[in-house]
Design a protein around this ligand. Sequence first.
Ligand code: AMP
Ligand code: TRP
Length: 331
Amino acid sequence: MQRIFSGIQPSGIPQLGNYLGAIRNWVNLQADHECVFCLVDMHAITVWQEPAKLRSQTLTQAAILLAAGIDPQKHILFNQSAVSAHARLAWIFNCVSRLGWLNRMTQFKDKAGKDRENHSAGLYVYPNLMAADILAYKATRVPVGEDQKQHLELTNDIAQKFNHDYGVEFFPQVEALIPPAAARVMSLRDGTKKMSKSDPSAQSRIEMTDDADTIALKIRRAKTDTDTLPSEVEGLEGRPEAKNLVTIYAALADMSLAEVLAQHQGQGFGPFKQALTEVVVGAIAPIAQETQRLMQNEDHLVSVLRSGALRAQAIAEPIVTEAEKLVGFVK
Ligand code: AMP
Ligand code: TRP
């Protein structure tokens, strides 16, 4: 059975893009993989996080993943900082990875923007820590949204250079599992920007804890154009907001874009948004409700993460210790 590793930052409440790009696939992959799912709190602090909020968001996120169907008995769910192997391997990778490689990372460029000098060094070496997350488990498959593809290519470059430099075949190559539909869900306020849990406007995203009324309001306010829905998929080109809403509908209803358009062509956005609200509420509301229930027992959530961390450590520790020996550290 292949080992899966994936992570999500507890830097906010997960949104619909996280669900469609990642979480939903994590749940499905549990059937035929050995899965390690990680709340990457060390990645989260590469940009400032209020400590009390980081803690509560980590627990909320654990609750959401459990509510969505992650099984912490059969698989592993834990927070990154609880397993020191991540930090140790990341340091080695900081020394394997090249500045030239990191300079090409588009996520860093997007996040740092024009004010590069004022960002943390952690944000810059973020992709090296991500490579360490995956390779500390020698995981071979990584389910992520489209935006993480470049980081996984870098992971493979790091694994290859480590193997080459130390003359071993130690780290495997990893395969990105990017969903065929809705791998990049866009903001409800701007169809050219990706939906993000850290966008300053909460109206730009549907959060996994939103109730039905909030979801309805956000969809009603979502930006659209004045045209009706086209009959062909090509008719969505150049209409990013329309395309995004149809994509979300299709992904949640398990339909193709063409099938959605066949049902809704010629409709204005008023009725389509109502239909979309039903589909989104149908998918999100049960998860939000179960999340509320799980949140009432913080001790249980903490203990799920702790026991996950122990099991994660049992896999990562020998792999990272071996990597340290290969480097020449006395162990
Ligand atoms: P993050 O929110 O950056 O921690 O991302 C966690 C996972 O969700 C990663 O696999 C991302 O690729 C995925 N993801 C985040 N935002 C989106 C989005 N707008 N559309 C699709 N996938 C996303
Ligand atoms: N960088 C990823 C994101 O923001 C989160 C992440 C950290 C991750 N480590 C990972 C994803 C390892 C997959 C595998 O989306």
